[in-house]
Design a protein. Sequence first.
Length: 289
Amino acid sequence: MAEKDLAEKKLEDYGDVFADIYNTLLFGKQLLVPEQLFAGSTESIYKSAKDQWKEQRRDTVKEYMNCMNLTIATLGIENQSSIDENEPIRVMGYDYGSYRQQIVDEEKLHPVITIVLNFTDKIWSGKKSLLELLDIPSNFEGFVQDYKINVFDIAYLEDETIETFTSDFKLVSRFFKNKRLGLDAMNDDTTEMKHPEELMELLSVFTGDSSYEKVIPEILERKKKGEVITMCTVAQGLMEKGRTEQIAKDIMISINRYRKLGLDNETIRNIIIEDYRLDEQEIDTFLGK
């Protein structure tokens, strides 16, 4: 779980991605400017009912500031790879922690907003408000304050919404939707990746497929050479990586077979060089020299 959170945070921490998520999913317009977003505190302290001080950590927090470097709003993103029935209470606690810190710091109070991104392949079935969680006696109805949360099901976003994204989150949302539908998850033609390493790490963690992470060095090398990196580039890299790994497996099978036949390393080297067109340095790697 922690590994998934870390992968999500690394991508979302970029101002262009964070602003894009908020602008597209919550505001529905280009309201946030990436250059006005600054890292916020993901830790806060609260006192429990047993009068004990405890620490709580948020996923991603940004301070949205004006030209005078004054905070306009504190904005948070919480990532869920499972559905938490108590999410409204968790979010309420995070938001309270931010408000409480403003009071302690004697700041002019500003709003705190949190959105929840559901990365499961199911529509959020958990509660979205505090009142939905509570068993309220009839004579108390109307007196209990509510607290609602904004949840977005990434794998169920409409195509029109996905196309509105301008950052790498467009690729993320398309990937998860295609994956849920059983389609080619890498089918995203020409959209350029701005943060390929962080995006590949996220996909590697959420799919459990280390191939995405293994292809990162090649992708970064191609980007360094000025190549535009897209999902098609990654798909091509995965295919090439797969072929390379399969050839390596075939070579090891051949070497073990020849050794069982009693052939010495020099003879095996010559056979493998001829069969696979490898140079001596490459074959020595397989022979363990």
